[in-house]
Design a protein around this ligand. Structure first.
Ligand code: 5U1
Length: 673
C-alpha cells in the first residue's frame, strides 16, 4: 500500500518523538514520559512500517536489530589509532605527569578534564552526515572488529545525530559497559537457563558485543558513555576537550556525570578522592579516573609516545579483583536452615578493604567453579555486594586437593541435611542452635520487632547459656539473668528491658515479618496483614484464601500454612500475646492506614550513597507511594542524591519539596512497618 502524506507526516513525527525520548532518557537522564507511553509510540511506528514497508529506513528507531546473524566479524583499520592510556598508581606519579607537561609546554598553568574511567570496552563510532555508518572495537589499537550490527542495538547510542553543527564525518569514541544491576540480572537469567555465567560486568559487556546474532546483543543491558573524538572532517569542533564532549552531548551522546573541568593537577587529586569515595555507590564499575589536558592545541603539541598520549593519564583505583588462597571452606547455617558454603581466605586487600571470606552461594556453585581448599582464586568485591570467588587459577592448584562435598549432617546440630538442586537445608529446625540464633536476630531486627540494643553478642550468650529457647522467652527474661551476662552492667540491662517493653507496642505487619515464616519478607507480611486484618485470620487461612493475597503464590501459601499449623509455633505466638505484645487490627479493604504514602508521588534523582535508586523506589512503593520519572505539579517531593541535575532544578522552579538522602531515610524509617 502507498502511504499518503498524512501517514508520512505521522511516521516522521513518531520517529522524531521517539528519538527525543531516547535522548531524554539516556543522555539527560530525565525521562519526560512513562515507559508505557514510550512503548505505545514504538508500537504505533512498528505497525505503520509493517503496513507501509516502503517507509522503512535503516536508521528508524524500529530498525536497531538486523534480521540476519553474521558468520564472522570483518576487520576495520582505524583511520586514527585508538590509543591506550599510561597509568599512575599514586599522587607522586600524577604530579610528575603534570610537571612533564608544563615543562614541555613552557607554562605554569594547565587546565585538565577529569573523568571516571569506566570498566568496559573502548568503541569507535563513525557517523557520516549524522548517520551511524560503522562501529568498531579497539582491537590492538590499529585494527579492530566491525561490530556495527550489535552496537546498533544499544539504545544509548544514537543512530542519527541530533541538532546541527556536527562535522560531516565524525568518529566518536567511548566506552560500552554493563551496569552492576544489569550484570546481576543477566547472570541470574543465564543461571536459570543453565548457560555460561560471566565473571564480571566487563566480560559480560565484551561477550555481549562479540555475538554474531544481534538479537542476543539486543537482550543484553549494554550502555555507553562517550569520551572523545577521533576523525572529524568537514566541520569545526570546539577548542577544548570539555567543550567537545558538551557538543557530543548536544548531538545525542550520553556523557558520564562525573566529568569535570579543573583548574590544575591539585584539583585532579581531590577529584580522585571524591570519586574513589563514591565508587561503591556508582551504578557501574570504574577502575580509576582519567586526567586529560583540556586545550586541544596543547594536546597536539604534546603528541604521543609509544601509542600513549602524553596529554592524558589514568590514575588507577585499587583493583576490585585480587588473587588469594582458600584456607578452608566452612558451612554457614541460616535462619531457615539453608547451608551456605563460605570460602575462608588468606587476608587480601580488594578495592581498599581487607577480605577474609567470600560466599560460594551453594553446593552446585562450588562444584561449577570447582573451588577446593588450597586453591589460588580470584576474589572480587565490587559495589556493596558481598565478596565472591570468581574463578580458580587451575595452573596453580597444589597436588592432592579434595573435591568439595556438602556434608550430609548439619555442622552445628548434626541433624540430617535435606538436599535439593539449589539449596541444602538442615532439618533441625529450632533444635539447631545456628537457626535459632539467626531466628532471634531476625526477630529483634529493625524492620521486625525493632528491639534496640539487642545485638548478636547478647543473643549468642542467651542462647548458648540456654537462657532463652524461643523468641517468646525474651519477654519473660529476668533482670538478674541479664546482669549476670558478660559485659552487662545494670544500666545496660535496664536499657535492654526498656527496649523489650517498648517493642511490645507493634504492628501486625511487623509481627508477621518477625515470626520468620519462610519467604515472607517485609512486602509479603504487609500484604498478608492488609488482606486478613488480624493474626487469627492469617493463622486460619487456607490455601485458596492465601493465594488470593497479592504477592502470595503457591509456594509462599504452603510455607504460611506449614508455619501456622505447627503447634509449637502456635504456642509461641500465644506466649508472645500473653507477654503483652499488641498491635491494632487492620480494617480490611481500607489501605490508607497501612500504605501510609498512598497518594504521594516521588521522583528520585542523582546518586544515592546508602542504597540504589531501585532499592529506594521499591521501599517507597512498598509504602504505597508512586515513583515517577519526571517532575510535575503533581509531584509530592523530589529526592535528590549526589549530582542531581535538571529534575532538581525543575522541582525548585515549581516550588516542590526537595528531600536529600537523609530526608529519604527518615521518611522510610518513620513509615517502616
Ligand atoms: N573516561 C575515559 N576513559 N578513557 C579511556 N577517557 C578515556 N580516554 C581514553 C581511554 C583509553 O583514551 C584517550 C585519552 C586516547
Amino acid at each position: 500500500m502507498k502511504a499518503n502524506s498524512k501517514i508520512l507526516q505521522r511516521v516522521d513525527m513518531l520517529r522524531e518523538k521517539i528519538n527525543y525520548h531516547i535522548y531524554r532518557y539516556h543522555v539527560l537522564d530525565d525521562p519526560e514520559i512513562p515507559d508505557a507511553e514510550y512503548d505505545r509510540l514504538m508500537i504505533e511506528l512498528r505497525q505503520l512500517e509493517q503496513q507501509y514497508p516502503d517507509l522503512v529506513i535503516s536508521n528508524s528507531p524500529t530498525q536497531r536489530i538486523g534480521a540476519t546473524p553474521l558468520s564472522a566479524f570483518s576487520q576495520v583499520r582505524h583511520e586514527q589509532p585508538m590509543l591506550s592510556l599510561g597509568n599512575a598508581f599514586d599522587d607522586e606519579e600524577v604530579v610528575n605527569f603534570d610537571r612533564r607537561i608544563r615543562e614541555r609546554l613552557h607554562t605554569d598553568h594547565v587546565e585538565y578534564v577529569a573523568e571516571a574511567k569506566i570498566d568496559g570496552l573502548a568503541i569507535s563510532l563513525l557517523y557520516e552526515n549524522g548517520e551511524l555508518m560503522r562501529a568498531a572495537t579497539r582491537g590492538d589499537g590499529m585494527t579492530g572488529e566491525d561490530v556495527t550490527h550489535n552496537v546498533r542495538t544499544i539504545d544509548a547510542i544514537p543512530l542519527t545525530l541530533r541538532g546541527s553543527g556536527y562535522p560531516k564525518r565524525l568518529e566518536v569514541r567511548g566506552e560500552v559497559f554493563m551496569s552492576r544491576a544489569g550484570f546481576a540480572r543477566l547472570n541470574a537469567h543465564q543461571q536459570k537457563k543453565d548457560e555460561k555465567l560471566f565473571a564480571n560486568p566487563r566480560n559480560a559487556a565484551a561477550g555481549s558485543l562479540r555475538q554474531l546474532d544481534p538479537k542476543i546483543t539486543a537482550q543484553r543491558p549494554l550502555s555507553f558513555y562517550c569520551y572523545g573524538v577521533g576523525v572529524a572532517e568537514q566541520g569545526v569542533l570546539p577548542k577544548g576537550h570539555y567543550q567537545v564532549v558538551q557538543a557530543l552531548r548536544d548531538w545525542g551522546f550520553p556523557v558520564q556525570k562525573e566529568m569535570r573541568l579543573l583548574k590544575d593537577i591539585h584539583a585532579c587529586l581531590a577529584f580522585y578522592k571524591q570519586v574513589l569515595a563514591k565508587r561503591d555507590a556508582l551504578a557501574h564499575d570504574i577502575d580509576g579516573v582519567v586526567y586529560k589536558v583540556n586545550n586541544l592545541e596543547q594536546q597536539r603539541a604534546l603528541g604521543y609516545i609509544s601509542r600513549e598520549p602524553r596529554w592524558a593519564i589514568a590514575h588507577k583505583f585499587p583493583a576490585q579483583e585480587e588473587l588469594t588462597k582458600v584456607s578452608a571452606i566452612d558451612i554457614q547455617v541460616g535462619r531457615t536452615g539453608a547451608l551456605t558454603p563460605v570460602a575462608r581466605l588468606e587476608p587480601v586487600q580488594v578495592g581498599g578493604v581487607t577480605v577474609t571470606n567470600a560466599t560460594l552461594h551453594n553446593e552446585s556453585e562450588v562444584l561449577r567453579k570447582d573451588v577446593r581448599v588450597g586453591d589460588i582464586v580470584i576474589v572480587r568485591r565490587a559495589g556493596d555486594v558481598i565478596p565472591e570467588v570468581v574463578s580458580v587459577v587451575l595452573s596453580q592448584r597444589p597436588q592432592k586437593t579434595a573435591l568439595f562435598v556438602m556434608p550430609d549432617c548439619c555442622p552445628v546440630c548434626n541433624s540430617k541435611v535435606i538436599k535439593s538442586e539449589t539449596v541444602s537445608r538442615c532439618s533441625g529446625g529450632l533444635i539447631c542452635l545456628a537457626q535459632r540464633k539467626e531466628g532471634f536476630k531476625h526477630f529483634a531486627s529493625r524492620q521486625a520487632m525493632d528491639i534496640e540494643g539487642f545485638g548478636e553478642k547478647l543473643i549468642e550468650q542467651l542462647i548458648d547459656n540456654d537462657q532463652v529457647k524461643t523468641v517468646a522467652d525474651l519477654y519473660y527474661i529476668k533482670r538478674e539473668v541479664l546482669i549476670g551476662l558478660d559485659r552487662m552492667a545494670e544500666k545496660s540491662a535496664d536499657n535492654v528491658l526498656a527496649a523489650l517493653e517498648k517493642s511490645k507496642q507493634t504492628t501486625l505487619p511487623r509481627f508477621l515479618f518477625a515470626l520468620g515464616v519462610r519467604e515472607v519478607g517485609v512486602a509479603t507480611a504487609r500484604a498478608l496483614a492488609n488482606h486478613f486484618g488480624s493474626i487469627d485470620k492469617v493463622m486460619n487461612a487456607d490455601f485458596d484464601a492465601l493465594i488470593k493475597v497479592p504477592d502470595v503464590g503457591p509456594i509462599v501459601a504452603n510455607h504460611v500454612m506449614d508455619f501456622f499449623s505447627d503447634e509449637r509455633n502456635q504456642k509461641i505466638i500465644q506466649q508472645l500475646i500473653d507477654a503483652g505484645l499488641t498491635w491494632p487490627d487492620i480494617e480490611v479493604n481500607t489501605d490508607s492506614g497501612h500504605f501510609p504514602l498512598a497518594g504521594n508521588t516521588y521522583v528520585l534523582t542523582g546518586t544515592l550513597m546508602t542504597m540504589t535508586r531501585d532499592e529506594a523506589k521499591q521501599q517507597l512503593q512498598a509504602l504505597g507511594a508512586k515513583v515517577s520519572g519526571s517532575v510535575s505539579a503533581k509531584t509530592t517531593a523530589v529526592i535528590a542524591g549526589d549530582k542531581a541535575g535538571s529534575k532538581l532544578t525543575k522541582a525548585e522552579k515549581l516550588g516542590i519539596e526537595v528531600l536529600d538522602e537523609s530526608g529519604l531515610v527518615e521518611l522510610l524509617g518513620s513509615h517502616s512497618l
